[in-house]
Write a protein that binds this ligand. Structure first.
Ligand code: GAR
Length: 210
């Protein structure tokens, strides 16, 4: 059973998609061992607690320095014996020590087709504002492994979503979530939990069914 830590900062709809998929059995061999937020008011924490999942806040504001916060985050993950870290709308830059300790064992969901509209400053609604102002016809979401860069790690899954002429950032965000993020994040966890994914030379390999 793959033990997951889901790191969140906000509403937690991707967390919810994961909880639901595990509940339905479309994700197998995985359990959410802990949900960690940097923001104590994140609704994602409520969602976790409502399902009996340990939920805690580890906020930089509660530590005297960034180093102490980084240590605390790593300590929590170690204590929970986590196998895979899932960044589901986590808006904090991960410490390098954590990235190295969990090399090829951290995934992130990003609301665009990487390499478009990603990197520093592209998060949440800003991604969809940028997609609309560039006038793209297609956008989508990406699940990728996390390396030291921002949204630069090996790509695991992507799913495209059409942009409509009357879209606002909010309507586009919602469609990308419904049609892409909530589909590919659980799918990615299921593939990893069932031993179908490997990373070789910075590229992902997915084992095919027999
Ligand atoms: C999601 O759209 C996720 O892709 C995005 O934040 C949102 C969190 O929503 N993440 C990023 O922009 C990371 N760069 P949620 O809390 O409802 O899952």
């Amino acid at each position: 059973m793959l033990r997951l830590a889901v790191l969140v900062s906000g509403g937690g709809t991707n967390l919810q998609a994961l909880i639901d998929a595990i509940g339905r059995g479309t994700v197998t061999n995985a359990e959410i061992s802990v949900v960690i937020s940097n923001n104590k008011n994140a609704y994602a924490l409520e969602r976790a607690r409502a399902h009996g999942i340990p939920a805690l806040c580890v906020s930089p504001k509660e530590y005297e320095s960034r180093e102490r916060f980084n240590e605390a985050l790593l300590t929590k993950l170690k204590a929970c014996r986590v196998d895979l870290v899932v960044l589901a709308g986590f808006l904090v830059v991960l410490p390098e020590a954590l990235i190295h300790r969990y090399a090829d064992r951290i995934i992130n969901i990003h609301p665009s087709l990487i390499p478009s509209f990603c990197g520093t400053g592209y998060y949440g609604l800003k991604v969809h504002e940028a997609a609309l102002s560039r006038g793209v016809c297609v956008t989508g979401a990406t699940v990728h492994f996390v390396d030291e860069g921002t949204d630069t790690g090996p790509i695991l899954l992507q799913r495209a979503v059409p942009v409509r002429p009357d879209d606002t950032p909010e309507t586009l965000q919602r469609r990308v979530m419904e049609e892409a993020e909530w589909v590919i994040l659980p799918q990615a966890v299921d593939l990893i939990a069932n031993g179908k994914v490997s990373v070789e030379n910075g590229h992902v390999r997915i084992a095919c069914e027999e």
